[in-house]
Design a protein around this ligand. Structure first.
Ligand SMILES: Cc1cc2nc3c(=O)[nH]c(=O)nc-3n(C[C@H](O)[C@H](O)[C@H](O)COP(=O)(O)OP(=O)(O)OC[C@H]3O[C@@H](n4cnc5c(N)ncnc54)[C@H](O)[C@@H]3O)c2cc1C
Length: 457
């Protein structure tokens, strides 16, 4: 059976299941899928739609430079397919387990985002399962354009994407990495801005990101696609990628290794699993160093009562701080100073982004069209004698003060009122009323705030 037919059959079966749930007035419906990169606990769905089979790449069109793909396909699967055609999605999030549907609804980002914007800006069409079981095709021009522009940052609260068409870009087999080193954050952000402007102007397909190792050690990496390489490094096993940024000025990777450079060590979070110990890497690296395995280990630890009890009994009080926030470039230095002074987590991942198409307005994640933003990613915990959530709340306040925006994949502490002021209640509620008037899917605030009510699944 060809992949189009197979998709149509799966879609039909899912639609029947969704219609029955709707007819029987079920609410709190969620997805049953194999992977997740939500850091907060998933909200407790009363009924789950089994979408696990929607994991196929349907068609790659090398002439139109686009790919039709089922929404629960992981980027690992998608990249493996597109590489065979010498191309890649214009934006590929760093972790292999992120799915295309998750990245679209959860505003995925990567080092090509300074040029192509966030993942959702690379999508040209999507098929969405609505609350009543109807399935609609949305594009930027058709009758469902409001939904097309509202799915990003809706986290499945307006409908679930089943299939999408994504923009592809041609690639070269290798990248040449140049790591620039800075000791002042002001210089750092001005060079970052300049570099992004230059590369955008040249319409280059370079990749740009950076890492802050300390207030006096900041690195900026530009990865330039090249046809040949004198050598290639390997950060999949015995050596981690991030120390090489500090240690080297130049490096070469195959394009595939570049795309997944952060996966093997989950950026640097593999240290929490002992995987930055050479012996552990040597013995267990081949089995453990993959974001899918880290997630499994983390979920096991989080749900295991014995581990929880031991942690409470024998460890000091800590607050987990796992966040990605976007700050306009003119306030980036101020935000970094705040992180150093008030939060104290290191390293910090830096990824520039800018809206790709100034004509398009994404309703639930609007960005100033003329502004370069800096994504700060910081994922760790810190000792705390403060009330639970103290440091995460400080971050939320600071992001607002600096006209930034916070991704919602992790813990959210805003009150409902504050949240809706920031995330445009008027627009959201109009769309919710239109596409899910019976609240079959939880609304956005309920989804992102559920972790504070201790909900799990
Ligand atoms: C430690 C950490 C680091 C991260 N780093 C990055 C990063 O570097 N770059 C990056 O881009 N992102 C990053 N993320 C965020 C990640 O991209 C988002 O959380 C994304 O939504 C995860 O996609 P997923 O496929 O795992 O979806 P899930 O975790 O399964 O779902 C995420 C949300 O999207 C909704 N959803 C899932 N599939 C669909 C669908 N088909 N249609 C509609 N809604 C759907 C779900 O209901 C849920 O609310 C990071 C997350 C973590 C925890």
């Amino acid at each position: 059976m060809d992949k189009h037919t197979s998709y149509e059959q799966k879609k039909h079966r899912l639609q029947q299941a969704a219609k029955i749930l709707f007819k029987n007035k079920h609410t709190r419906i969620g997805l049953h899928k194999n992977t997740s990169n939500l850091f907060r606990n998933r909200h407790l769905a009363d009924q789950r739609l089994d979408v696990r089979a929607f994991n196929q790449v349907i068609h790659i069109d090398r002439t139109a430079m686009q790919v039709e793909v089922e929404a629960m396909t992981t980027y690992e699967t998608l990249v493996a397919e597109t590489l065979r055609y010498h191309c890649l999605p214009a934006v590929v999030p760093e972790l292999k387990t992120i799915t295309v549907g998750g990245a679209l609804s959860g505003v995925g980002i990567e080092s090509s985002s300074y040029r192509y914007g966030l993942v959702h800006e690379t999508v040209t069409s999507m098929e969405v399962l609505l609350a009543d079981g109807e399935i609609v095709t949305c594009t930027a021009e058709n009758a469902f354009q409001d939904l097309f522009f509202a799915i990003p940052n809706a986290y499945g609260s307006l409908g679930y994407v089943l299939k999408l068409t994504l923009k592809l870009i041609p690639i070269k087999p290798f990248v040449q990495l140049t790591h620039q080193h800075f000791s002042e954050q002001i210089n750092y952000f001005s060079v970052l801005e300049e570099t992004c402007a230059q590369q955008r102007q040249q319409q280059s397909d370079c990749y740009i990101d950076g890492v802050v190792f300390s207030a006096k050690q900041l690195c900026l990496t530009v990865a330039k696609p090249v046809a040949t390489a004198p050598y290639t490094s390997n950060y999949r096993y015995l050596h981690a990628y991030y120390p090489s940024i500090k240690a080297k000025n130049k490096d070469y990777l195959s394009i595939k290794d570049y795309i997944w450079r952060w996966d093997a060590d989950w950026f640097w979070c593999s240290k929490n699993f002992g995987m930055q110990n050479f012996l552990m890497r040597l013995l267990l690296g081949k089995f453990i160093m993959h974001s899918a395995v880290y997630w499994k280990l983390m979920r096991f630890a989080r749900n295991n009562r014995c581990i929880q009890w031991l942690e409470k009994k024998f460890t000091v009080r800590k607050e987990t701080i796992i966040q990605d926030v976007e700050i306009p470039i003119q306030h980036a230095a101020a935000f970094l100073t705040f992180l150093h002074n008030s939060i104290g987590i290191l390293p910090i991942w830096i990824c520039p982004l800018q809206a790709y198409n100034p004509q398009q307005h994404f309703l639930l994640y609007p960005l100033d069209k003329n502004t370069l933003y800096v994504n700060f990613g910081f994922w760790d915990s810190r000792l705390s004698q403060q009330a639970a959530g103290h440091y995460n709340r400080l971050i939320e306040e600071q992001v607002n003060q600096l006209q930034g925006r916070k991704s919602l994949y992790s813990t959210v502490y805003y009150t409902e009122e504050a949240f809706w002021q920031l995330y445009d209640y008027a627009t959201y509620s109009t769309l919710k009323q239109k596409y899910d008037p019976h609240q079959v899917f939880d609304d956005l605030y309920t989804k992102v705030h559920g972790h504070l009510r201790g909900e799990k699944s």
